[in-house]
Design a protein around this ligand. Structure first.
Ligand SMILES: [Zn+2]
Length: 168
């Protein structure tokens, strides 16, 4: 269900062997590429859910997100939780994994997962937290993607089947 690519999250539209995150309002362009679609928390309240839904139905779109909760620059946290829930339900409905941006909101994302009990994978992208948090996230069922800014030692704590790599 998680695509077998070397780069699970990139913003480079020319990328090969990666999942390209669509910028706001953009549509999948290439037939030889894979994409993800979601309303980024930095974009504020979602003003075009229709765009997310439409792209989510495209077979080239293989992940829902990035979406999530960012306590430092995402605005009202409750609203972010609700928007993340909306993405999670969409991911469930279309049967595609969710890719998450989470900053300073671990209790919230753990709570949401516990509540929704998703059957599609939930991937934390660009993880930069502490080893204790890795344990907690793995126990809760998350996949973890490490990027250029992630502490390299974390890789040793994550079983290969739950570990992903990205260039962001
Ligand atoms: Zn990103």
């Amino acid at each position: 269900m998680i695509p077998k690519v070397s780069d699970i999250h990139t913003h480079n539209p020319q990328a090969t062997d990666g999942v390209i995150n669509l910028e706001q309002g953009a549509e999948p362009q290439r037939d030889d590429a894979l994409y993800s679609v979601g309303w980024h928390p930095w974009w504020g309240p979602c003003t075009d859910w229709n765009w997310v839904e439409t792209c989510a139905a495209d077979p080239r779109v293989v992940l829902i997100g990035e979406c999530g909760i960012d306590r430092s620059r995402g605005g009202d946290v409750e609203a972010q939780i609700e928007l993340t829930r909306r993405h999670a339900l969409l991911a469930q409905r279309v049967g595609k994994p969710l890719i998450l941006h989470v900053v300073g909101a671990w209790g919230e994302i753990l709570g949401l997962r516990k509540q929704l009990k998703p059957s599609v994978p939930w991937i934390i992208h660009g993880f930069r937290g502490k080893p204790e948090l890795v344990r907690q996230l793995l126990d809760a069922g998350f996949h973890i993607s490490l990027g250029p800014k992630s502490p390299p030692a974390l890789a040793g704590l994550i079983p290969p089947e739950r570990l992903l790599r990205e260039t962001d």
